[in-house]
Design a protein around this ligand. Structure first.
Ligand code: CDP
Length: 220
């Protein structure tokens, strides 16, 4: 495959698992664009920068040394020579990331970085605006969805063992994030023109993966 497969959708719709497997099947590099927004959020929280202060976050971002590289089939990144790892998946980052991703200075910079990643090879990139803003010209676009209840169940299953978090809290946090992500002015979450919408509420991962791989191969 050459080019980019774009997979967008709301939080916990299964994008990461699906995109990783699609990338492996297509021998492309997997990119989690949300991880970059999370990395910036993590850096802001660590430095005590107010995540609701757009000017302060944009100024911090200008001073960050973000580098990305291919490793084990994915594009990974470091910030000031540190790879954040699981530190970007905490509930503090979950709650602060959507306000950070609303900031125009952040979005402009991240979109540039994501586009540069295409130099590393063919990509399967998942996020919120990949088919609309990052690679709008790719013919291979998907919008992965699932009901809010199913998404809360999935994310709760991922988090409960380590954090003991209640499902109601996960559900409230996802809904808050969805609301900010779909109502923001710049590149809101929406179905890209020409995207294939897949509702995975009652579908297994294998079925979703094979649907996307088949479509990507026929588009290539
Ligand atoms: O994995 P999960 O669905 O929880 O979210 P994520 O992909 O890690 O993205 C975290 C947050 O980053 C989202 O809630 C958005 O606010 C933001 N994001 C974005 O604005 N644009 C993207 N392309 C990807 C993520």
């Amino acid at each position: 495959m050459t080019g980019v497969v774009a997979i967008d959708g709301p939080a916990a719709s299964g994008k990461s698992t699906v995109a990783r497997r699609v990338a492996a099947a297509l021998e492309a590099l997997y990119v989690d664009s949300g991880a970059v927004y999370r990395g910036i959020t993590w850096a802001a929280l660590e430095r005590g920068v107010d995540v609701h202060d757009g000017a302060a976050v944009t100024q911090m971002l200008a001073g960050l040394d973000l580098r990305f590289f291919a490793r084990d089939g994915a594009v990974v990144f470091s910030i000031d020579d540190r790879e954040p790892g699981d530190a970007i998946r905490t509930q503090d980052v979950n709650n602060a990331v959507s306000p950070v991703a609303v900031i125009p200075g952040v979005r402009i910079q991240v979109v540039l970085w994501l586009r540069e990643m295409a130099r590393l090879g063919p990509l399967v990139m998942e996020g919120r605006d990949i088919g609309t803003a990052v690679f709008p010209e790719t013919p291979c676009k998907f919008y992965l969805d699932a009901s809010p209840e199913e998404r809360a169940r999935r994310r709760h299953r991922e988090m409960v063992e380590e954090t003991g978090i209640e499902e109601a809290e996960v559900d409230a946090s996802l809904r808050r994030r969805d609301k900010i992500d779909s109502s923001r002015k710049m590149d809101p979450l929406q179905v890209a023109p020409g995207a294939t919408r897949i509702d995975s509420t009652a579908m297994g991962i294998d079925e979703v993966v094979s649907t996307i791989v088949a479509a990507a191969k026929s588009d290539a």
